[in-house]
Design a protein around this ligand. Sequence first.
Ligand code: URA
Length: 445
Amino acid sequence: MNNDANSPSAVRRIIDAIADLRAGRPLDGPTIRGVVDDYLAGRVTDYQMSAWLATVACTGLRPDETAALAMAYVDSGRRLTHPGVGRVVDKHSTGGVGDKVSLFVVPVVAACGVPVVKVSGRGLGFMGGTVDKLESLAGLRLDLSAGEVADALKAVGMVITGQSDEVVPGDRATYALRDVTGTVDSMPLIAASVMSKKIATGADAVVLDVKCGEGALVPDLDAARTLARLMIDIGRAAGVECQAVLTDMNRPLGRAVGNAAEVREAISALQGDIVPGYHEVCRQVAVLMVSLGRPNLSTGACEELVEHAVASGAALRILRRWVEYQGGDIAQIDDPDLLPSGRHEAVVRATEDGWVTGIGPTEIGKAALWLGAGRFQHEAPLDHGAAVLLDRQVGERVAAGEPLARLVWNDGRPDEAEKAVRAAFRVGRQPPEEINPVLDVVNVN
Ligand code: URA
């Protein structure tokens, strides 16, 4: 944001709002809206907004304040509408490591005849973001105007775009600050950020993938349930039907962590080669989305549609058509080896025989950051080719000297990344218990 302009009344408002939060005095809707609008207009600085966000991260917000923040973000731009295309659905994840669920489910659900409009964000902290991943595709435009979203939806049946000047600019601006100011894992900030995008897309129904565990923004199932209910209530008050699926994030999802590498893994999944864990989450989210879009169908019929969308190649064809429509290079879909990849590669090998009993997602996320896949500074560029590729998954055997993971980078810090990957892998004498990453489905509509 513009750090030059400074308006005395706007500065007074944000400083008073910080003092009120610290004293436990409630903030009313106009004050919250004023803070967001002042920041967007450059009437307060990045450091003042960072202080407000940091205060919220410490004090929390009440549910009505959280909803007011979500609506301030929505009203900072336009709320899209999609007349004449039927029930539109959307999905959002609260973020995790290796979370490429959207790249798979959006084309699958569109191939099931359910229109999908999705507004996504960039990476946050050690977690990647859909916009950063998709920008690995040369030329792909993710800054569509409201009119372009409507046209793309009619032409292709699916749209993914980022926050923009027209769509939740308030979330875009504060999201980028949160990424680099340690204010990512605040429940009200997450709920307002996620739900503003979901309300602004104009979807009739939304599936929220609320991840919990070590590599997520909330630590456990109870916190995930609380976050899910908070978001569902905000959505419902704005007329959006919401369901949440609570999923485990105590290990990375899939084999690839890093932007282009995750796009590559999602394309393989759409070709039918999908790894356990990633598969269960994708399937659950896709089936829920199809049942919200086509409420007359039974769950069994939705499951069959989802399977057919992948097996018939229809979902991959829609992805290809969508990439072409938004200006992306379809040669990279047809031959994913054309996607960016780092010039350097190193293998991290096991030092003992055994079973992989755990892979710490936070360390893997941080390793990817060290390699250049994420940001340490506000709106800094990142390396789409940087990645951690997991050669072993939890539950697989490994012998001393065999690869655990590969590091791929251009200008990163492979020494730090290797340390983080070594810290992530736990190898034991017994195989671990198998778990289904889908923990629960919450529907309080
Ligand atoms: N996803 C978002 O869009 N916002 C958050 O704050 C976290 C995950």
